[in-house]
Design a binder for this molecule. Structure first.
Ligand SMILES: [Zn+2]
Length: 178
């Protein structure tokens, strides 16, 4: 499968004796507590995407559009949904690696790619989630072909460019087709 991906390459440059790679991993990663999945470890590369205004915007998008107007508890956001999908995608590929890793040639590059694809799959959503593209846009722009999937692809490129994220071109390509 993909070329070997070294997570350490995604760290900002540090002084040679600043810290061991293990200390760097701890320094540039985070843990958050999710209501559904419990503790979620956010790796350094994922954090480079999460700590952008484009991804943080998902905190203000409700996962279920305007459903909360009828079901007041339905207020979870695309942000927590995306972290959950990132976690589940990581768990799924790790399980696959554990059971068929050698056979399928699953390496760290593949694991990181699948996790990023999960994290970023909804990054192009508009306000009120699906309501925006299925109900709102067609009524105000005739023949509108806008979709959150297409916008997610553009947004991934935009984030990488604007925030100068040093990422293997092959990985970006695979994240976008996932
Ligand atoms: Zn989703």
């Amino acid at each position: 499968m993909g070329a070997f991906f070294n997570e350490e390459l995604s760290f900002p440059p540090v002084h040679a004796n600043f810290a061991s790679s293990q200390e760097q991993l701890i320094r540039f990663s985070k843990n958050v507590h999710d209501n559904v999945h419990g503790n979620i470890y956010l790796d350094p590369l994922a954090l480079k995407f999460i700590d952008t205004e484009q991804f943080q915007r998902l905190r203000d998008l409700k996962q279920l559009g305007v459903t909360h107007l009828v079901y007041p508890g339905a207020v979870h956001s695309r942000f927590e949904h995306s972290l959950g999908v990132y976690w589940l995608a990581g768990a799924a590929i790790q399980k696959l690696k554990q059971n068929q890793g050698l056979e399928l040639g699953i390496d760290n590059f593949d694991i990181q790619t699948v996790k990023l694809a999960g994290l970023l799959h909804d990054v192009g959503h508009g306000p009120f989630s699906h309501l925006f593209e299925r109900e709102f846009l067609p009524r105000v722009v005739s023949g509108c072909k806008w979709s959150h999937e297409q916008m997610s692809l553009k947004m991934v490129d935009h984030i990488v460019d604007e925030h100068h994220i040093d990422l293997d071109f092959e990985m970006i390509k695979k994240v976008k087709v996932s």
